[in-house]
Design a binder for this molecule. Sequence first.
Ligand code: NAP
Length: 297
Amino acid sequence: MAERIGFIGLGIMGRGMAANLLRAGHDVVVWNRTATRMAPLVEVGATAAASPAEVARRCPIVLICVSDTPDVEDVVEGPDGILRGLSAGSLVVDHSTISPSATIRLAEAVGAKGASWIDAPVSGGSEGAERGTLSIMAGGSDDDLERARPYLEAFGSTITHVGGVGDGQRVKIVNQVLVVGTQLAVSEALLFADAAGLDLDQTLAAVTGGAAGSWMLANRGPQMAVRDWRPGFTIDLQQKDLRLALAAADEVGVPMPGTSLIYQLYRSLQAAGLGEEGNHALVKALERMAGHEMGHA
Ligand code: NAP
């Protein structure tokens, strides 16, 4: 029998994911810190709760998608957090990208209430959340994932069980290292193309389908060509993910020189006040070095 689903965090990702749960016919209770963001979901059938604790009281399965480690800690352990409302047998699924070690600690806190935890960070951008085509990398027990799977299928087209609690976050770090390396390559390549006088649309058409093709090139390349910096994923969150990656790499003693460089480039964009632009605005850090602006608005 279908279980009622709670959804906490209706940002760029969460609102699309929650909308897809409703579209699939599920009974969904939502909570968002900024209450006005709940209205569009309520209009299409969700019930609004007054706090994360209320979501946990009303729903045996609670999904979370908020920004950073301290934010997940707030919604779980805060004064009105889900720990106040969880029952034995409840399941918490965290779709946020956060620290693997904090994840293990939070799973233990939830476990002390007789409830369980899956870390299930996502990839696929705002487009994937809206279309229901996210990739989900899940850490937790087989039984818990099988219980959650029918709901995750509402917004995820690839659900991979990668290991125990914390391993979902570790695989997401792998994903983010790949994403930013590609982003830097796309930025350098398109800036060169423009400075060399090539037509960006033709250049993208020539290389997107070949061996150099990537999600980043296909989705963000055309946006960069017209200087559209609206975020699918913000610079602030991208920089946060690289902080998590460098900390986790440090724990296992693996050097990440490329990722460290990109972390600093994103930091320079934050310092310039661009933290709310999309992560593809990475090219602006290179434009400053080159003294050349690419593309045309
Ligand atoms: P976003 O648009 O900035 O939304 C963040 C959400 O978290 C908002 O609902 C915000 O509430 C809530 N929040 C933040 N701090 C909170 C706190 N202390 N207490 C309660 N709620 C809090 O971010 P997003 O792009 O949806 O990303 C959400 C998560 O998914 C992040 O961990 C991100 O790294 C990950 N992710 C994002 C993408 C992407 O392409 N966007 C892709 C994969 C994974 P308010 O509305 O009140 O601000």
